[in-house]
Design a protein around this ligand. Sequence first.
Ligand SMILES: C[S@@+](CC[C@H](N)C(=O)[O-])C[C@H]1O[C@@H](n2cnc3c(N)ncnc32)[C@H](O)[C@@H]1O
Length: 308
Amino acid sequence: MAANSENRSSETFRLFSSFGGNFNFGFGFYDSPAVPPPPPCVEVLPTEASSSVKYTVEPVNLDGLTLLKGRVSTKEVFALSNSDLVPGKYEGGLKLWEGSLDLVKALRSEVGNGHLSFTRKRVLELGCGHGLPAIFACREGAAAVHFQDFNAEVLKCLTIPNVNANIEKVSQLLKANATDCESGTEVRFFAGDWSEIDKLLSYARDTNKETDCSSGNGLDHGYDIVLMAETVYSTTVLQRLYQLIKKCVRYPNGVVYMSAKKHYFGVGGGTRQFLSMVEKDGLMAFSMVAEVADGSSNVREVWKLSFK
Ligand SMILES: C[S@@+](CC[C@H](N)C(=O)[O-])C[C@H]1O[C@@H](n2cnc3c(N)ncnc32)[C@H](O)[C@@H]1O
């Protein structure tokens, strides 16, 4: 596990607390004795973007790169107020978590130093919420960018409008109910639980037919780059998230970029817990891309995973 000191520029990362109080990095669980069954897996079409929920937009400056982020009311969408997430019902996708900004910055740095290219790549963002990392991939010329969130409502009320706001060419296409933008990027949106969403994801490997993702059978399958920010907070889902990743990453050269907190106090997850599971499995190697220790919040990290 080699930390890339060049990219460990914590001084370039800031605490993003100034965007109108939309940031609350604690986990406010409702008392929930039993987690309900997950919502069904569905593809959400761009034309299904909500027109009834109020969506406002504001700029986010990421060390010189400006992206637009939307804001919608959790109360309006889910009839929830002041809650980070409600397990099994709403998993936090309407908030912009600081890890997604860390991830965009790290990806930008990786592209800048020649370690990563999105050009003509297939990209999947798991647990996308606002989807800023995958929006960055669209802007960098990816061939296909697929956004996944637990809740269809998040995709309809926030992710699609965010894509629309950030990418003019895609925006024209979304209005025309098409999935290819002029630059050739296929943009699609999928809602559902990580335990079953692979059935819908067009490039995921069918593990009923292919039990060994390193066998070479999956060469035509998989995403070149899988992105995820703040998805490893809950110990109960780490295993199913990792199983999904193994079905989705293209063998042998696909990579995963993951940003998250080192530990999520109170809920037990974190990068180290996730990576210890990956290490025990033995299929993938990992290296640190960035560490964000600004003293004002929990230590955050960005990691890259690839096949050994
Ligand atoms: C803390 S939010 C992070 C959102 C966004 N990546 C960010 O950093 O702003 C966690 C994300 O993971 C998704 N998620 C959590 N548990 C999930 C599950 N079991 N299946 C599918 N998606 C899940 C949520 O819908 C949400 O988008």
